[in-house]
Design a protein around this ligand. Structure first.
Ligand SMILES: [Zn+2]
Length: 249
């Protein structure tokens, strides 16, 4: 990606609004371009300052409750644009309180950036494109596990599920959401599954949660103080079946 193109995408990049492939090319450019790196740091500093200094005007509790009860009760839809439409509907219903209602609705439904999902997608795509799928390539779990454990302070589940249709390919070191992570690589037919494992900030266990982002399926869960994230373009049901295998492994 050239300098002008990368430069024009830096704001979207800082907001985690770029897809994994574009994100990969932007980050590769930034790594070689001090000017873009400086610009990105300036954008991030500005965002932080804005978040810190922005004065929030809160509606009094009684008013907020009236507005909330006038708003349609619907779960936040998965599509990014819908919240604003919901907001307008809510605003129309609330009549004179339109401005406040709109602000409340938009604030409530704006999806939070998800650095973890953005990172695992970028890592997954990079592993496929950069010809750097594995640091240690072997289907032998007794090679991969000690290799990873020796380099990371953790011991994730590493098991060859060839008999179940998910052969182990190897492992590599990666980086997810500020954590050094083990990336354990499996295949399902022609598809690659990256299974990331890193020490959790939150030590409590959490059941697998599945989502689709930019055409990839992602399943994340926590167990035994580790966060696991599986990402692949295999079908959701197949990825979930893989996750069950890892959980029982
Ligand atoms: Zn540049």
């Amino acid at each position: 990606m050239n300098h002008e193109r990368a430069r024009s995408l830096l704001h979207a990049y800082a907001d985690h609004e770029t897809g994994p492939i574009r994100r990969f090319f932007i980050s590769r450019h930034i790594a070689t371009c001090p000017s873009c790196l400086a610009e990105l740091e300036a954008i991030q500093a500005m965002r932080t300052a804005l978040r810190t200094n922005l004065t929030v005007h809160r509606a009094p509790p009684a008013l907020a409750m009236r507005i909330a009860s006038a708003l349609p009760r619907e779960a936040p839809p998965p599509v990014r644009r819908q919240p604003v439409r919901l907001g307008f509907a809510g605003a129309a219903m609330a009549g004179g309180l339109a401005g406040v209602a709109l602000t409340l609705a938009v604030t409530r439904f704006t999806p939070q950036p998800d650095p973890l999902a953005a990172d695992v997608l970028a890592d997954h795509v990079r592993s496929l494109m950069a010809n750097h799928l594995t640091d240690v390539e072997t289907s032998d779990q007794h090679t991969v596990k000690p290799w990873l454990s020796a380099r990371l302070d953790l011991s994730p589940v590493v098991k060859d599920f060839a008999a179940e249709g998910y052969p182990l390919v190897g492992g590599r070191l990666d980086y997810v959401d500020g954590h050094r992570a083990a990336a354990i690589v499996y295949r399902r037919d022609k598809h690659v599954i990256n299974l990331f494992a890193f020490v959790s900030d939150d030590r409590s266990d959490a059941s697998p949660r599945q989502e689709n982002r930019d055409g990839f399926n992602i399943v994340r869960w926590r167990t035994g103080g580790l966060t696991y994230v599986a990402v692949s373009d295999v079908e959701a049901a197949q990825l979930m079946a893989f996750v069950r295998l890892v959980q029982s492994g």
